[in-house]
Design a protein. Structure first.
Length: 433
């Protein structure tokens, strides 16, 4: 009995025809504006079948693109009126990472080959669905899945490297997720991009609604004001985050016992930006962490002498001093910030908390006392100290509440002060608001 053998060439041809059919199926479903549920199932099954067939480099790229686009197909299948909650259900951290990787591979291949088959689709999908992915990030934030968020943000950044803010937040979320190695990698890349985070936002109030609205640029905002539909234009400047970035980057390196690297990072940063006070503060914070108080104080004084009348600088030095348990210095800087800007709400809040800082220790000491006459005398003396602390914090919290009555933390602390000082009427009035 004769056996029939297919030549290797014929076998390859059969496989090639098969994969071409699979790719056509994927292309057809991908191109639909609203694929059906059955289409999505067919799309998935076709991807699985194709994975064992593709051999040609171009077809591998096509297969990779369609595979990466699966979450896009699933979202389109939900219809034009799909909610964020519905879109979130078909997304996952892995699917967004896979989409990013697949799209990047597609762009690299098509750049090398000079043939743009999917490049326009990649760019369009990134632009169209970036906000959808960010909505998923918001949902994960509510679940405190910080490490996953950092990976998603980094994946989005890789697809649009002009959006450096995503890399900045990827690093911060990696820190929140306690993945310091990943955070170091992200901040290292962020530093290399020379990102500062400086920005100016443009606002104007709508005459129709009375609400303040944001604008993408000054020219557009000013044109609406000129037309008469808006009024009260204002600009809001966001200060440079460079010092904060280097500070966090250096602190992460120190946390991983890479102290010399941290020193080099800050020294290099200061060479490039010698007038950036934020970098001086970051270096000071590093030396405090290393328990080198001499260098720490030297750098703090250097930062302050460069710009003693900068409100933000005084406030930040207050924060740093408080973190360093230098409470007298913290009070000095907070008071200076208030002097420079009497409406600086956070300075009042932080100064009040600094005034109240000794209270925890006083309460601990009071709880250790017995019932003897001597202990009772000590108890009364300690209670008098507490009264003094609360009286010092009282006007500060009242001013903070006057400036920001929506701040629940301020209200809560002010109620506590009223209660302790037995200011019953004020307590009741504030409680009722």
């Amino acid at each position: 009995m004769k056996k029939l053998f297919l030549s290797a060439t014929l076998l390859l041809s059969v496989a090639t025809f098969a994969q071409k059919d699979e790719l056509k199926t994927l292309k057809k479903i991908y191109g639909k504006s609203t694929p059906s549920t059955e289409d999505v199932q067919t799309y998935k099954a076709t991807l699985n079948a194709l994975s064992t067939l593709v051999t040609d480099e171009a077809d591998k790229t096509a297969s990779s693109f369609y595979s990466a686009s699966l979450p896009i197909v699933e979202i389109k299948a939900l219809g034009k009126d799909a909610t964020s909650e519905q879109s979130n259900k078909v997304l996952s951290t892995n699917s967004i990472i896979k989409l990013s990787e697949g799209y990047l591979n597609t762009l690299v291949f098509e750049t090398k080959s000079g043939k743009k088959v999917f490049t326009d689709d990649v760019n369009k999908n990134v632009s169209t669905y970036k906000q959808t992915f960010m909505n998923y990030v918001v949902a994960l934030d509510g679940e405190k899945k910080y490490d996953e968020i950092s990976q998603i943000l980094y994946s989005i950044y890789k697809l649009d490297k002009s959006d450096k803010e995503k890399l900045y937040y990827a690093g911060n979320y990696a820190v929140n997720g306690n993945n310091y190695d990943r955070a170091i990698d992200y901040f290292k890349e962020l530093v290399a991009t020379d990102y500062t985070g400086e920005a100016t936002y443009f606002f104007a109030k709508s005459k129709a609604t009375g609400a303040e609205e944001p604008f993408n640029d000054k020219t557009t905002r000013d044109s609406y004001v000129k037309l008469g539909t808006h009024e009260a234009p204002r600009d809001e400047k966001i200060a440079s985050k460079r010092g904060e970035i280097y500070k966090l980057y250096a602190m992460l390196l120190i946390e991983k016992n890479r102290v010399e690297e941290a020193k080099i990072v800050l020294q290099d940063a200061k060479k490039t930006n010698p007038e950036d006070v934020g970098l001086i503060i970051a270096e000071a914070n590093m030396y405090f962490k290393l328990n080198d108080m001499t260098t720490y104080k030297k750098l703090i004084n250097e930062a302050y002498n460069k710009n003693p009348n900068d409100v933000e600088l005084n406030f930040n030095l207050g924060v740093l001093s408080a973190e360093s348990k230098q409470m007298d210095d913290a009070k000095k800087y907070y008071r200076k910030a208030i002097e420079l800007d009497p409406k600086y709400t956070n300075a009042y809040i932080n100064l009040a908390f600094t005034e109240l800082a000794p209270d925890t220790k006083i309460v601990e000491d009071m709880n250790k006392l017995g019932t003897s006459a001597n202990d009772l005398k000590k108890y009364n003396a300690l209670k008098a100290e507490r009264v003094k602390l609360f009286n010092a914090a009282l006007p500060l919290l009242e001013k903070a509440y006057e400036l920001d009555s929506a701040n629940e933390s301020v209200k809560s602390n002010l109620l506590e002060v009223y209660s302790f000082l037995e200011m019953t009427e004020k307590y009741k009035a504030l409680k009722a608001k």
